[in-house]
Write a protein that binds this ligand. Structure first.
Ligand code: AMP
Length: 424
């Protein structure tokens, strides 16, 4: 047999209901906040991410599924959604097309990372983006939206971390201060950090190598180097979060792994899901739209990992699989034909009705009804056919009665409208 590709997963019945719950909840919360759904292709031009996500990021340098297609074009499976949504925003002039360009999307992303619990090569994100609003109230709204999503999913034990990474005015000053503060110590850091110190010093804060940590913990903080505009902005974001009663911690190391962030960055961490504990991350990217060839418009957004949200859902969250309202059992060929017609009528009445396809013994049909958790079985045999009746078995009480065939559909509809009667 041919197994699935490493780092990919099948989401099976039993788990998929939790996914559907996450998606439905996200959709409800996003729409309530005035965000509209958008769907973009999974494949894009490689340069969209080289330019958008950033040449110096791990994603672009090491993790992209990029290939040359049969037409000779460099294509990549998208590793994240933001550049695609920026492209769509520009390509379709969403600024004109929408009253307020606030959008969200769901879908698979692809990164060639080392697979482990909570980290896959094909994973899924829900992604939110807003374009063209500079005011810090939108930063607070987007963070509030992320927080409300987590809370609406019933996920507890989470922490919101925020930071400001500055802008093209103040960040170079900070990067210089960082390199200066490192001094000779840079030799003691891992190879990646040494490379980062010349290409993109802020990225040193992403380092996970244990022996590097004491040195990194002693480095300067971005917030102490912000220009006036960035400082005022950050203070305002914090004020609005306080107004909304959203608890947060300022995390000086939160620079995020992508190049395009400016000013506000944030992340939600869930303690209980293991080492890969970031369920959601995002921030402001004021230069990206222009960088990708669009008008000079700011942007802000976040992406949440669906696998990690599903992992963090409360264990006891019961998301019931669909179960039949009624199971139709039949004995003998004439009865099977009649049962098939009854099945049709039940389904046309909007019920979830199931049948045994392979004409088995009554015992195995009843077993099937039981496995499907059908609360009700309609039984048809020669006697029932002759009398124009249906035998009814209530599975919860094992009681039986007989009703007219002509009344069977209405009978099942009536019971299905009384939810408590359906619970065994
Ligand atoms: P990023 O796009 O790297 O900011 O990631 C945003 C969110 O996507 C993270 O907080 C994770 O929840 C999720 N995520 C990122 N990479 C992976 C992965 N390889 N496997 C599963 N989830 C991921």
């Amino acid at each position: 047999m041919i197994p699935a590709i490493r780092g990919t997963r099948d989401i099976l019945p039993g788990e998929v209901e939790r996914w559907a719950f996450v998606e439905a909840t996200a959709r409800r919360v996003f729409e309530q906040y005035g965000y509209a759904e958008i769907r973009t292709p999974i494949i894009e031009r490689e340069e969209l991410f080289a330019k958008g996500t950033g040449e110096t990021t791990d994603i672009v340098q090491k993790e992209m599924y990029a290939f040359t297609d049969k037409g000779g074009e460099r294509i990549t499976l998208r590793p994240e959604a933001t550049p695609s949504l920026v492209r769509a925003f520009v390509e379709h002039s969403l600024e004109q097309a929408m009253a307020v360009p606030k959008i969200y999307t769901f879908g698979p992303m692809f990164r060639y990372e080392r697979p482990q619990k909570g980290r896959y090569r094909q994973f899924h994100q829900v992604d939110v983006e807003v374009f063209g609003i500079k005011d810090p109230t939108i930063d607070a709204e987007v963070i509030d939206l992320a927080w409300t999503l987590i809370k609406s999913l019933g996920i507890d034990g989470v922490e919101l971390a925020i930071n400001s990474v500055g802008c093209p005015v103040c960040r170079p000053r900070f990067a210089a201060a960082l390199v200066a503060a490192l001094g000779e110590d840079v030799q003691k850091l891992c190879g990646d950090c040494q490379r980062r110190s010349t290409t993109n010093p802020l990225r040193i804060f992403d380092c996970k190598v244990p022996v590097d940590q004491p040195i990194i913990d002693g480095l300067p903080h971005t917030v102490d180097y912000l220009c006036d505009e960035c400082r005022t902005h950050f203070d305002a974001v914090r004020k609005y979060l306080d107004v909304n009663g959203i608890p947060y911690r300022v995390s000086h190391r939160l620079v995020r792994g992508l190049d395009y962030y400016t000013k506000t960055t944030f992340e939600v961490l869930a303690g209980q899901i293991g080492a890969q504990n970031a369920v959601l991350g995002g921030g402001r990217y004021d230069g990206l739209v222009k960088e990708l060839g669009g008008p000079d418009r700011v942007g802000i957004g976040f992406a949440a990992g669906v696998e990690r949200l599903v992992l963090a859902l409360p264990e006891q969250l019961a998301v019931p699989a669909a179960r039949p309202d009624v199971f139709v059992a039949a004995l003998g060929d004439p009865a099977r034909d009649a049962a098939f017609e009854l099945l049709r009528d039940l389904r046309r009445a909007g019920l979830n009705a199931q049948i045994e396809y392979e004409g088995r013994s009554l015992k195995s049909q009843m077993k099937r009804a039981d496995r499907l958790k059908a609360p009700l079985v309609f039984l048809l045999g020669d006697n029932e056919l002759a009398r124009g009746e249906v035998s009814v078995k209530h599975m919860a009480t094992s009681t039986q009665e007989t009703i007219a065939r002509a009344a069977a559909v209405e009978f099942a509809v009536g019971l299905s409208r009384r939810p408590q009667a359906l619970q065994p």
